[in-house]
Design a protein around this ligand. Sequence first.
Ligand code: FAD
Ligand code: SF4
Length: 511
Amino acid sequence: LKKLRLILGDQLNHQHSWFKEEQDEIIYVLMEMRQETDYTLHHIQKVVGFFLAMRNFAKYLKEREHEVIYYHINDKENQQDLAENLKQLIKKNDIEKFEYQLPDEYRLDEQLNEICDSLSIESESYDTEHFLTQRDDLEKFYKGKKQMTMEYFYRDMRKKYDIMMATKNDPEGGKWNFDKSNRKKWTGKPEIPHERGFRKDVSAFLKVIEEAGIKTMGNIDEKSFNWPTSREDGLSVLNYFCKNLLVHFGDFQDALHTEQAYLFHSRLSFCMNTKMLNPKEVIESVVGYYYEHKDEIDISQVEGFVRQILGWREYMRGIYWLKMPGYRRSNKLDNQNELPPFYWDGKTKMNCLHHSITQSLDNAYAHHIQRLMITGNYALLTQCHPDKVDAWYLGIYIDAIEWVEITNTRGMSQFADGGIVATKPYVSSGSYINKMSNYCKSCHYKVSKKTEDDACPFNSLYWNFLDDKKEFFNNNQRMNMMMSLLEKKDAKEIAKIKERATQIIKNPSDF
Ligand code: FAD
Ligand code: SF4
């Protein structure tokens, strides 16, 4: 049977069993398409990163004697649409069976189902062989249980895959969670090793994208593109992380700094989300490195890392498949405002937002606490519509693919799902930001002031948000303390807070 096998841009899994099979009569196809570049406004580095990684993957397959058809973005025969391209290829190559790997995005899942229904030939879907769970595992895990929490899922995963276990049921180090030790501010020490960069010249490729007329956001240094675009690159990022950054990963996981965009974070999300690296191999490498260097590396640094990948990453995927497509429309707090214009240029006097947004525009990257407690926090406090917030996060980060972006944005960051992912909203006043960063030191605003003209905007926005949304939080046990503090504020103070918050929300460009 002559087969056509589709490989999507985020399915660059070198270790997939497809590629170990006899190869007669199999054609693989990869396509750069406007359908994919235009479904949201992407960062330029994201488009470059995905297309270069796809090209490298096609090259890898060809070098191993696989037959590959590759549609470049400006190829004449490229119809720029998945259905059209597939129909054309099936006809032209007398294909008798169409095969694909299950996509991770709902929109592509729907589209591929429709395509298969419309084909007159047989079709079959395969697992991507990437994740440590199946799409519906979370549903099975929480069946009959009242509350879903990541913690119990994570513990179960540790046991199931026997990762950092002392016995069958007991975690190594006597505790499942070392989160409490992961809250240090970074003040210039310990030194952060020099960045692991690739410095690729992508100027020729940028011309291709320009020629195609693709609209993008953000900046790129055309002589020094720093993201990994092959499995080899990905392995070197992983190796670099183990050797240089793991030792302090947990300690400074929540730290923020004006001069350090990456601190001790791994920057592995893009390699994993495109499947150039497998999460299990990442975890095994990191834990293996720790076992060889136990005298230098504390367990808390490693557990924090394992939790992100074995816990959060798989958990978010489970939530996505459990809750889509309704999740995409959730807006439990009924937020309706626009995202402030400075999210697109970083031009604001609020130093924390200025740095987090400028770094995002320059690098297509921000670390978790910048995404959650700076840009996400501000968007929620100013009550922005989750559709607008989602669109921004889906575009700006190189690792943004809907299954992991929407669950983090709508769920963890914007509380739009009403508490499925997070048990309370991740909001804070300026004092948390001051505790974890050096942003406030050189800010136009004073973090210690409340409602004066030069007061930190987060301070009034925080109490205003709790007051505006109290009907949602009055029954939330985890919010009890903050709600009773709000209750204790007198009417005059509340009026001042609300006046200043309204000013900030209504005139974002003045701040
Ligand atoms: P590290 O800090 O080194 O962590 C290691 C790995 O753990 C990451 O590579 C990632 O694969 C995984 N991880 C950590 N936290 C999470 C999490 N909350 N959910 C899932 N995986 C996690 N991550 C994405 O991959 N794509 C997104 O589009 C995305 N959007 C986000 C939007 C918001 C509002 C927030 C708050 C978080 C988002 N995250 C997203 C999660 C997290 O911020 C990124 O995975 C992380 O910053 C990537 O950088 P890193 O590889 O250096 O991570
Ligand atoms: Fe951000 Fe407020 Fe600190 Fe300025 S003072 S950096 S606005 S938290």
